[in-house]
Design a protein around this ligand. Structure first.
Ligand code: C5P
Length: 231
């Protein structure tokens, strides 16, 4: 089956405090979104991308890439999971969907290739890029006076950060997202919807340089990682 990339890009990125959604900020010569799309489409196993764009977005159509033949545009939803779901509806059920955040421009081809190896390796329903937690993890309690204190320390052994891309069978993922939405649970990544349906999700160790741009301080970091890649 074919492999399609699905890019949720319909968020407003309020934590960036910028004048536009974060994927339209420029880093190292082009917008974050263009870095992300260029990396995906230049991978030899990806021939088509579906992108979810907000109906109120005035920026996307100004980018030359919005006219690309290899791109299908769908409307975004009220949260990331529904934007992804809208993207999946544009694809054949019997295909692979490689879902990748627009806000992660530092993805490498090596990481994509490593993730794609889950397709051929076994019977799993898919997998995600992830990286082991290195810091000590605290569970916090917020008191009524808004002091934040430690409830307890989580054991960090076997704790991983979920990254994207996340790769699943398109039809199976679509069903899992629909079940999650019907149950009213908050779905912050594709894997959690798959897990809730009892599917096995493989963890593939990815490069921690594949950061999600969230805060202003992430921009110089992304610039650095992108310059390292072009060396
Ligand atoms: O907000 P967060 O950083 O978790 O967003 C992750 C990705 O999901 C971003 O690429 C963002 O554009 C996308 N998103 C979306 N639709 C929404 C909210 C977020 O496509 N309603």
């Amino acid at each position: 089956p074919e492999i399609y990339a699905v890019v949720p890009a319909a968020g407003i990125g309020s934590r960036m405090q910028a004048d536009r959604p974060k994927q339209y900020l420029s880093v190292a010569g082009k917008t974050i979104l263009e870095h992300t799309l260029d990396t995906l489409i230049s991978h030899p196993d990806i021939h088509h991308i579906v992108i979810a764009i907000s109906d109120t977005d005035d920026y996307f159509s100004t980018l030359p890439v919005s006219q690309a033949k290899w791109l299908t545009v769908v409307s975004g939803g009220h949260d990331r999971a529904s934007s992804v779901h809208n993207g999946l509806t544009a694809l054949p059920a019997q295909s692979w969907a490689l879902v990748h955040d627009a806000a992660r421009p530092c993805l490498s081809h090596e990481d994509i290739t490593r993730l794609l190896s889950v397709i051929s390796s076994d019977t799993s329903s898919g997998g995600i890029l992830a990286s082991p937690v290195r810091d000590t993890m605290k569970r916090a309690v917020v008191s009524p006076g808004s002091d934040i204190t430690v409830s307890h320390t989580e054991c960090r052994e076997n704790l991983w950060h979920a990254l994207t891309p996340q790769l699943f069978n398109t039809g199976v993922l679509r069903h899992a997202l629909e079940q999650g939405a019907a149950a009213g649970v908050t779905i912050t990544d594709e894997a959690s919807a798959m897990e809730a349906q009892g599917h096995q999700v493989r963890l593939i160790e990815g490069n921690p340089a594949n950061i999600k741009i969230t805060r202003p301080a992430d921009l110089p970091l992304a610039r650095f990682y992108l310059s390292e890649q072009s060396n």
